[in-house]
Design a protein around this ligand. Structure first.
Ligand SMILES: [Zn+2]
Ligand SMILES: [Zn+2]
Length: 325
């Protein structure tokens, strides 16, 4: 089995929120104030992903903070406003040469989108991609998305596995079961935690800003490097804990993280260990397991004493075998 480093404790990681709203759609703060709020919280990048309106705001970019162009595209329901429907995160991908023109700043899109049958979500995903974007399946749990949708539709890059706004407001925010369903059916897709924040007051005791994020390993903080590393899966998602290092050496998958209550190796179809110091309650920051060739994938969840989670991206076992990637 090959050795592979997924996250390197010696390399820089940049913190980002890929899903939020401003007054360009239904958010409470204008973009300039959103940028200030996330800078104050120690973020390095955000996507101003307003509903049906694309943002491209290079004017906010500095040496230590950037905005990734994008939007949230929705309004696609078999029965308007009744069926669960689809919201997709749309992120500008500068690492590809698009077939069609890239979207411009404040370019707006009509909603609802007419439903033309089951292929409609795929048409929308492909259309967004043809303009040079990555596509994310947003908040599946909150939307009551059908599990099969994450298998039936293709060419999306990630599933939103934690959506803080829907946890903050309705406690229905965890999409990791959808992710496992996609992975178990052979999809190579990543998981993303994000805020989806709309409202913010810096005096609020329970803030909507800063509840879910990604940490992207990258040599530099540029739009192209961040997106390149997102596409390679060189990142993890979190609502609290940190993952410092994740690697396979001599068939052992080892994770180093901030002090946690549980470290869970979610391997499929052969189960991995779920580890906790049940007797003494001592926090853990290191764990490992042996990978077996019959495993399809392994992903790791680190859960802290407040119940917050860090999610690694999947280790696809086929990549580690001879002839693999
Ligand atoms: Zn949405
Ligand atoms: Zn949203």
């Amino acid at each position: 089995m090959k050795n592979k480093i997924y996250l390197d404790g010696n390399k820089t990681k940049y913190k980002g929120n890929l899903h939020l709203h401003t007054t360009w759609s239904d958010g409470s703060l204008p973009a300039e104030q959103v940028v200030v709020a996330f800078k104050e919280k120690g973020y390095h990048f955000i996507c101003l992903s307003d509903h049906e309106i694309y943002t491209r705001t290079d004017e906010f970019n500095t040496a230590d903070f950037i905005t990734i162009p994008g939007m949230e595209r929705g309004g696609l329901n078999p029965i308007p406003d009744k069926d669960p429907g689809y919201h997709f995160g749309v992120l500008d991908d500068p690492t590809v040469e698009p077939e069609r023109e890239r979207f411009g700043h404040l370019q707006s899109f009509p909603t609802p989108i007419p439903w033309e049958g089951e292929h409609s979500p795929q048409l929308l995903i492909d259309e967004m991609r043809s303009h040079g974007n990555l596509v994310v399946f947003n908040h599946p749990e909150w939307h009551l998305t059908r599990f099969d949708d994450v298998v039936k539709y293709d060419r999306y890059f990630a599933i939103e596995i934690y959506n803080h706004a829907t946890e903050w407001s309705t406690s229905s925010s965890y999409g990791a079961a959808y992710w496992d369903h996609a992975l178990q059916n052979g999809k190579r897709v990543f998981g993303i935690a994000a805020d989806d924040s709309h409202a913010h007051d810096r005096n609020w005791k329970i803030p909507e800003y800063g509840g879910g994020w990604v940490q992207v390993q990258s040599d530099t903080l540029t739009h192209a490097e961040i997106v390149k590393n997102l596409k390679m899966g060189h990142f993890y998602s979190s609502s609290g804990p940190e993952i410092y290092d994740l690697r396979v050496e001599d068939g052992q998958l080892t994770i180093e993280c901030s002090p946690c209550k549980f470290i869970m190796f979610k391997a499929f179809p052969l189960r991995g260990p779920f580890i906790g110091n049940y007797e003494n309650g001592e926090p853990m920051s290191l764990a490992s397991m042996s990978i077996e060739e019959d495993m399809q994938y392994v992903r790791v969840e680190c859960i802290d004493f407040e119940g917050n989670v860090a999610w690694s991206n999947p280790v696809f076992v086929a990549d580690l075998l001879q002839g693999g990637e």
